[in-house]
Design a protein around this ligand. Structure first.
Ligand SMILES: O=C(COP(=O)(O)O)NO
Ligand code: NA
Ligand SMILES: [Zn+2]
Length: 306
């Protein structure tokens, strides 16, 4: 069924596992997420970004997820990813989202606090959970663009104050991850000591953005189809596994789903110039999506937690 975010993430932090939050833009991605969640008896977040809202329509995606969630046994949270302002968050509340992010992390701290408090008051009035962000990730994704210079890691003491002043339910932090498929040369440096210090001060579930791994098997297959993804790199599994016992309870995955869908489509289209049935073309993408989603639930130890 569709549930509110707080209950799902409080349990995850308490019991030492994480819940993946997968971005969706369409029917096939949503089907892949829910089929695997049901198969593995895992709670899951399905999130809609600003770009997805523009591409598919917020109400369309909300109605699709709400209806499909009502027909599965595992808990499903419908989450607004990177809510840009109060108005967008209100539209999501009206559309029936059960979790919303207000991302005011690119504003000065005082403005971030003010904007976030406003959202918390409105969302909590209708029983919806709130995620906010402190600190900035580098990288580009769906209009969320931060240059190297502007990116800064989350200050533990500031995080403690921010949580106290805003009343949010979970906190997105910057500890070295970044959005997109190009997370820096080689292995991105994840500041685990900083995370431990934040987790010591903040008892709320912590959220990791920019957490796609760009799995080797997926990258190899993509290269074989002629996809130009040679420089693509992601967060290493060990860093994900290490972050979970240190308070990370929600982990955002978008890029790995994009790569998986693209692999399926390219394999069919590049290999079969005569194929023009979208169900065969997009369907192959859905198969790879399910493989990636399965791996995420296993990596985050979400399996069987529903
Ligand atoms: O943080 C993300 C997704 O990050 P990735 O690009 O690493 O999948 N969405 O909010
Ligand atoms: Na989010
Ligand atoms: Zn993000």
């Amino acid at each position: 069924p569709l549930v509110v975010g707080k209950e799902v993430l409080d349990k995850a932090r308490r019991e030492g596992y994480a819940v993946p939050s997968f971005n969706t833009n369409n029917l096939e991605i949503t089907q892949a997420i829910l089929e695997v969640a049901e198969e593995l008896k895992a709670p899951v977040f399905i999130q809609v970004s600003d770009g997805a809202r523009k591409y598919a329509g917020m109400e369309n995606l909300a109605n699709l997820v709400k209806d499909m969630a009502s027909r599965v046994r595992v808990p499903v949270v419908l989450h607004l990813d990177h809510g840009a302002d109060f108005a967008m968050v209100m539209q999501a509340l009206r559309a029936g989202f059960t979790s919303v992010m207000i991302d005011a992390s690119h504003h000065p701290l005082e403005e971030n606090v003010r904007e976030t408090r406003k959202v918390v008051e409105a969302a909590h009035a209708v029983g919806v959970s709130v995620e906010a962000e402190l600190g900035r990730l580098q990288g580009i994704e769906d209009n969320v663009q931060v240059s190297e210079a502007e990116a800064f890691l989350t200050d533990p003491e500031e995080a403690e104050r921010f949580v106290a002043e805003t009343g949010i339910d979970y906190l997105a932090i910057a500890i070295g991850t970044s959005h997109g498929a190009y997370k820096g040369k080689g292995r991105p440096y994840i500041d685990h000591r900083r995370l431990q210090e934040i987790a010591r001060r903040v008892s709320l579930p912590l959220v990791l953005h920019g957490a796609s791994g760009v799995p080797a098997w997926l990258k190899e297959k993509l290269l074989a189809t002629g996809a130009e993804v040679k420089e693509a790199t992601g967060i290493h599994d060990e860093d994900i596994q290490k972050a979970i016992p240190n308070g990370i309870a929600k982990i955002n995955i978008d890029t790995d789903l994009r790569l998986a869908m693209t692999l399926g489509i390219r394999e069919v289209v590049v290999g079969n110039p005569r194929e023009f049935d979208p169900r065969k073309i997009i369907g192959k993408g859905r198969d790879y999506l399910k493989q990636v989603i399965r791996e995420k639930f296993q990596l985050m130890r979400t399996v069987g937690r529903a």
